[in-house]
Design a protein around this ligand. Structure first.
Ligand code: NAD
Ligand code: DAU
Length: 341
C-alpha cells in the first residue's frame, strides 16, 4: 500500500486524477489537500467521499505546518493546486504568485522534511511562451521559459523552485508540462465548458477577437495516465511534455459545440481580446513517447463528443457551479479527517 497526497484534488484535473488513481490502484491510500477556492468542488468526488482509502483535508498549500503534518508517511506528492485561469490572473496577479510560486515552495519544503519519495509537479505548456500561428516548431522540455502572462509567469516560477530543490537538496522531483485539457468536471470559466453550458442556456459565446488562436487539446484521462507513468518510470530531476498534437482554434471549438448541440451561429459573439492573449502552444512529446511508452488513447472527435454529452447530462452540476450555490454546500460537506485523528 502506498500513500499518495494530491493537492488541488477538488479541481478539474485533480479530481479526475483521484478517480483514475483509486480505480487503477485499489490498494493505495489517497489524501486530497484542497483549499476549496471558487474552483474546488467536492461534488466532483462524491462517489469516493465515503471510501476508507480516501481522506480530504481542507487546507491552504501555503500553510507550512499543516502541509508538514499532512506529508507524514506519504510516498508520492502530486501538486495540482494552483490558480489556473489566465483571465483571472490579468485581474489579480498577486494571488497567482502566492499560490503557484510560494505554495509550491512550501510544499517542497514540507515534502523534503517528511522524506517524501517523489514530488511530481503539474506544470503547463504555457511556461514556454507562445508560438506564431504559422511557426514550424514545437516546445521541447529543455527550451527556455519565456512566460508572457501573469498566470504562466507564476507557473514558470514554480518550476524554478522545483528544480532548485532538486539541484540543491537532491529532492526526487519530476515535472510535467501538459497542453489544454478537456473532460468532465471542468470549471465553466474555461473555453469548452463555458461555451457548452452557455450554448445549452442559449446565452452568447464570447469569442476573443483573435479567434484564430489555437490550443493543443488532450483528454484529461490521457493526462492522468501520463502522470502515472512519470511517477512509476520517470527519471528524477527531469521534465516531460504531455500533448496530442491535435490543434484546434477558438473558432473550431465553437463550431464543434454549436454543431453538437444544434445551436445557431448567432450565439457567436466577438469580444475584445484577452490582455496578453497567447496565440498558440504546441509541445514536442517525443520524450515521453520514446522513454516511457506513453501515447494518448482518446481520439479528439470521440473525446469532445463524450465531453459535450457529459455537460448535457450533468446540468445540475454546472447550474449549481455557475450559480455559486456550491459554496453553501461546502460548508456542510467538507471535513478534515486528519484533524479528527
Ligand atoms: P482548477 O482551477 O480546476 O483547480 C485548482 C484546484 O486547486 C482547486 O480545487 C482549488 O480549490 C485548489 N487550490 C487553489 N489554491 C489553493 C491553495 N492555496 N491551497 C490548496 N488548494 C488550492 O485547475 P485545473 O484546471 O484542474 O488545473 C490543475 C493544475 O494543472 C494546475 O496546476 C494548472 O496550472 C495545471 N494545468 C492545467 C491545464 C488545463 O488545461 N486545465 C493544462 C496544463 C496544466
Ligand atoms: O495550455 C495549458 C493551459 O490551458 C493551462 O495551463 C491553463 O490552466 C488552462 O486554463 C488553459 O489555459 P488557456 O488560457 O489556453 O484556456 P482557456 O480555456 O481560458 O482559453 C482557451 C482559448 O479560448 C484561448 O485562446 C482563449 C479563448 N477563450 C477563452 C474563454 C474563457 C475565448 O475566446 N473566450 C473565452 O471566454
Amino acid at each position: 500500500m502506498r500513500t499518495i497526497l494530491v493537492t488541488g484534488g477538488a479541481g478539474f484535473i485533480g479530481s479526475n486524477f483521484i478517480h483514475y488513481w483509486m480505480d487503477a490502484y485499489p490498494e493505495d491510500r489517497v489524501l486530497n489537500v484542497d483549499l476549496l477556492t471558487y474552483a474546488g468542488n467536492l461534488e466532483n468526488l462524491k462517489s469516493v467521499s465515503e471510501d476508507l482509502r480516501y481522506t480530504f483535508i481542507r487546507a491552504d498549500i501555503t500553510d507550512f505546518e499543516v502541509m508538514k503534518r499532512a506529508m507524514q508517511g506519504v510516498d508520492f506528492v502530486v501538486n495540482f493546486a494552483a490558480e489556473s485561469h489566465n483571465d483571472r490572473a490579468v485581474l489579480d496577479p498577486g494571488v497567482f504568485v502566492r499560490t503557484n510560486v510560494l505554495g509550491t515552495q512550501i510544499l517542497l519544503e514540507a515534502a523534503r522534511q517528511a522524506g517524501v519519495k517523489r514530488f511530481h509537479h503539474i506544470s503547463t505548456c504555457e511556461v514556454f511562451g507562445d508560438l506564431a500561428l504559422d511557426e514550424d516548431r514545437a516546445f521541447k522540455e529543455d527550451d527556455a521559459y519565456v512566460p508572457r502572462t501573469p498566470y504562466n509567469a507564476s507557473k514558470a516560477g514554480a518550476n524554478h523552485e522545483v528544480m532548485a530543490y532538486f539541484h540543491t537538496y537532491g529532492m526526487p522531483v519530476t515535472i510535467s508540462h501538459c497542453s489544454n485539457n478537456y473532460g468532465p468536471y471542468q470549471f465553466p470559466e474555461k473555453l469548452i465548458p463555458l461555451f457548452t453550458t452557455n450554448a445549452l442556456e442559449d446565452k452568447p459565446l464570447p469569442l476573443f477577437k483573435s479567434s484564430a488562436n489555437r490550443r493543443e487539446w488532450i483528454h484529461v484521462d490521457d493526462h492522468s495516465r501520463a502522470i502515472d507513468m512519470i511517477l512509476q518510470k520517470g527519471t528524477v530531476g527531469e521534465a516531460y511534455n504531455i500533448g496530442t498534437g491535435v490543434e484546434k482554434s477558438i473558432e473550431d471549438i465553437t463550431d464543434i459545440i454549436l454543431d453538437a448541440l444544434q445551436k445557431p451561429e448567432s450565439l457567436k459573439t466577438y469580444v475584445p481580446d484577452r490582455l496578453g492573449h497567447d496565440r498558440r502552444y504546441l509541445l514536442d512529446t517525443s520524450k515521453i513517447r520514446s522513454k516511457l511508452g506513453w501515447k494518448p488513447e482518446k481520439g479528439f472527435e470521440e473525446g469532445i463528443r463524450e465531453t459535450i454529452r457529459w455537460y448535457v447530462d450533468h446540468r445540475e452540476w454546472w447550474e449549481r457551479v455557475k450559480s455559486g450555490a456550491y459554496q453553501e454546500y461546502y460548508k456542510t460537506y467538507y471535513y478534515d479527517k486528519i484533524g479528527k485523528q
